[in-house]
Design a protein around this ligand. Structure first.
Ligand code: FE2
Length: 279
């Protein structure tokens, strides 16, 4: 009987999943804004999320994070023991628009509740695709003393700060006794063919204009650029494929690469602590 509406994010998610065209009204009316502007009227501001889609909350990293995880969407090997689990979802910004090229770095315990602190079993990073979607193939993590069942993740959009958080499972007895557990981070989980299927959408604290031609550019005129890449000189260059351990300089500072990746504008070393640290 209530008048509760579907959240815009939920509708957008369904449309994206179905591969159908998303109505401009859901995408922040960029076309409308431009049309109005062309007629000389005021530009319609892009609406923000008014449907309760607060940014995903952060949680403690815990003691078991390791940098330099492999680039992969599947953490399952032929000999993997456990209940297969897929986790899929989207990463959105504050205007409910999906974010592409977002780095997601997952790590979790094995079926026995143990972390691999020597190698990279059940550790891996990936990037959202052009639709802002990620897919993780793994197993249901085992339990270990003091915690309920969970998956750790770091999420970072290009040039933005890192969100470190954890994902939880519904109907777990220990959810009631784990002081770190938060119901806002519970995935939607169902039984699928050959395993369990979970979904979770992240909302990052990333401003979005909803248009590719911002009316108020945030960039300022470059004044002291000495080359096409790093200001002040340096060896870092967009388009270069870097491996973990590679060293570059950027703006007079030396950095060491933490994750193999292809450099791109927006992923300059000072802006992406998930990929580079000061040497
Ligand atoms: Fe953990």
């Amino acid at each position: 009987m209530g008048s509760r509406q579907f959240s815009r994010k939920a509708v957008l998610r369904a449309a994206l999943a179905a591969g159908v065209a998303v109505p401009a009204a859901l995408l922040g009316v960029p076309a409308l804004a431009r049309t109005v502007n062309a007629k000389g009227g005021a530009v319609v501001p892009t609406p923000s999320c008014h449907d309760g889609d607060e940014p995903t909350i952060p949680q403690t990293e815990g003691p078991y994070f390791k940098p330099n995880s492999p680039l992969r969407t599947s953490l399952v090997d032929p000999g993997t023991v456990g209940t297969l689990l897929s986790v899929t979802g989207y990463v959105f910004g504050l205007a409910c628009l999906p974010l592409r090229d977002v780095l997601l770095d997952f790590w979790q315990a094995d079926d026995n509740g143990a972390y691999d602190n020597y190698g990279y079993t059940f550790r891996g990073h990936q990037f959202t695709n052009a639709q802002g979607m990620f897919t993780l193939s793994t197993i249901v993590p085992g339990l270990y003393p003091g915690r309920t069942r969970h998956i750790h993740v770091k999420v970072q959009a290009p040039g933005q700060s890192i969100l470190t958080t954890q994902l939880y499972f519904p109907n777990e007895p220990r959810n009631n006794t784990d002081s770190i557990f938060d119901p806002r981070l519970v995935m939607t989980v169902r039984d699928g063919s050959g395993g369990r299927e979970a979904t979770f959408d992240f909302v990052l604290d990333v401003p979005q204009t909803g248009t590719t031609t911002p009316t108020t550019p945030t960039t300022t005129t470059t004044t002291t650029t000495t080359g096409p890449n790093p200001p002040g000189g340096g060896s870092w260059a967009a388009g270069t494929s870097y491996a973990a351990g590679d060293r570059v300089t950027y703006g007079g500072v030396a950095y060491v690469c933490l994750q193999g990746h292809v450099a791109q504008t927006g992923w300059e070393p000072p802006a992406v602590p998930a990929l580079w640290r000061v040497a």
